[in-house]
Write a protein that binds this ligand. Structure first.
Ligand code: DOR
Ligand code: ZN
Length: 441
């Protein structure tokens, strides 16, 4: 057989383990897996390299609803450029963009904008609001839509549905799994007056405390059970929530962020100040270790970066006016490969969290695993390469990373999206060829 692309001599990370095999690609699809497969237009010699399924970052904020993003912060092109440089082949973009993705018009605009702007494939979250409840059942099945996202607690932007009545109405208005930013808005507001402007940045985790997140998650889980609607709790950050959610897996699925696996208080606030501030906050070691335990026992379904770029000037304001969120789409895979090198998880658990898991939870069609008939998305990595994360490498327009200076063992050397070599040896060549992700809806 004559393939478009043949990836030869590599070790392929299948869901069932790592096996030496060649992969033949035809028309953007995995056409054959084995040895002595034949010839190809393009041969990629993956000797000494590991071929991972295309890594999916299911939680990014690229700020761009189709009108060009925010200058100096991010747009679709710069965000997805960072993704492919970091070995990510698909991202799911949150709805708090400019304009917000909350209507048929704004969702269609983002969908049409992706082709021509994006370097990787993109899924679109629809923002649920109190105003668009009647439209949600139709919006959640629009092309490219990965699901509905509800901000149950306030964060960046003004999308919020804080009360049980409206959350319940949203849960009754449709079928697909809904993703939640789970912090209890009432508790957030009630505790705000205990703190003052200019308090240490570490106050962020005292204000947005464990009970804020845990109470939010208990409320959402109760509503999921009442309505029978599956829900996905984004960025679970407390030991209490992990312990609770593992008893509710029939309806609930769980996302963990890299940040909550590798960063903890007080160290992160001491070293990064405002650059360590995010929602939900980085917490102390007890919670970080609980997050790892939840990775180990299968409670966690997906891993994400929550890439949330902000201009340096917005980050550097005194607390609590400093912008919340850290960049991360580009550093997600190298940082996780370092965790594999340190022995904190296996490569197969990494791919289950970063490829198979997101594809399963959101219903992405033909993504998430290396299998015949699936999209030819690959993140090819050198598990032995040792590289330092440099600020100069970061493609995000805001130009900073909380992981500057971290040395990673394991580094992405090629990113292939539907058979197209988008990144090779740190260089991105050619026009953007990303497309909206297809979802089972
Ligand atoms: O820290 C955060 N930043 N948390 C969020 O929920 C939103 C995000 C952003 O968009 O900046
Ligand atoms: Zn987020």
């Amino acid at each position: 057989m004559n393939f478009d692309l043949l990836i030869r001599n590599g070790v392929v990370a299948f869901p069932w383990g790592e096996v030496a095999a060649d992969v033949g690609v035809q028309g953007g699809i995995i056409a054959a897996i084995g040895t002595n497969l034949g010839n190809a237009e393009q041969i990629f010699d993956a000797a000494h390299l590991t071929v991972l399924p295309g890594i999916i970052d299911p939680h990014v904020h690229f700020r761009d609803g189709g009108l060009g993003g925010i200058k100096g912060v991010e747009d679709m092109a710069s965000g997805t450029l960072g993704a492919v440089l970091g070995g990510v082949t698909s991202v799911f973009d949150m709805p708090n963009t400019e304009p917000a993705a909350t209507s048929a018009e704004t969702v269609a605009r983002k969908h049409d904008y992706i082709s021509g702007q994006a370097y990787c494939d993109v899924g679109i979250y629809v923002g649920g609001t109190k105003e668009n409840i009647v439209e949600l059942a139709a919006l959640e099945v629009m092309p490219g839509v990965c699901g509905i996202k509800i901000f149950a607690g306030s964060s960046t932007g003004n999308l919020m549905v804080e009360d049980d009545e409206h959350i319940g109405m949203i849960m009754r208005a449709g079928r697909r799994r809904i993703s939640f930013h789970s912090e209890d808005e009432y508790r957030l507001q009630a505790r705000k007056s205990r703190f003052s402007c200019g308090d240490p940045y570490a106050s962020h985790a005292q204000w947005r405390d464990v009970e804020c997140a845990y109470l939010g998650t208990r409320r959402i889980t109760a509503l999921a059970r009442k309505t029978g609607r599956p829900a996905h709790i984004l960025h679970v950050s407390t030991a209490e929530e992990f312990a609770f959610l593992r008893d509710h897996k029939a309806l609930m699925s769980v996302e963990v962020l890299l940040n909550h696996l590798v960063q903890s208080a007080p160290d992160t606030y001491d070293r990064l100040g405002p650059y360590g501030v995010m929602n939900p906050p980085v917490r102390d070691e007890r919670h970080r270790l609980a997050a790892w335990a939840a990775v180990a026992d299968g409670t966690v379904d997906t891993l994400a970066s929550d890439h949330a770029p902000h201009a340096a000037a917005a980050k550097e304001r005194p607390w609590p006016d400093c912008a919340s969120g850290m960049t991360g789409v580009q550093t997600l895979l190298p940082m996780m490969l370092e965790q594999v090198a340190q022995g904190n998880l296996s490569l197969s658990r990494l791919t289950s969290l970063m490829a198979d898991g997101p594809a399963r939870v959101y219903g992405a069609v033909n993504k998430g695993r290396i299998a015949a008939g699936y999209d030819a998305d690959f993140s090819i990595v050198d598990l032995r390469a040792r590289r330092r994360i440099e600020k100069s490498w970061i493609a995000s327009q805001c130009g900073w990373t909380p992981f500057e200076g971290v040395v990673c063992t394991g580094w992405p050397v090629a990113t292939i999206v539907r058979g197209q070599m988008v990144m090779r040896d740190g260089a991105v060549a050619g026009a953007p060829t990303g497309r909206p992700v297809l979802f089972r809806s």
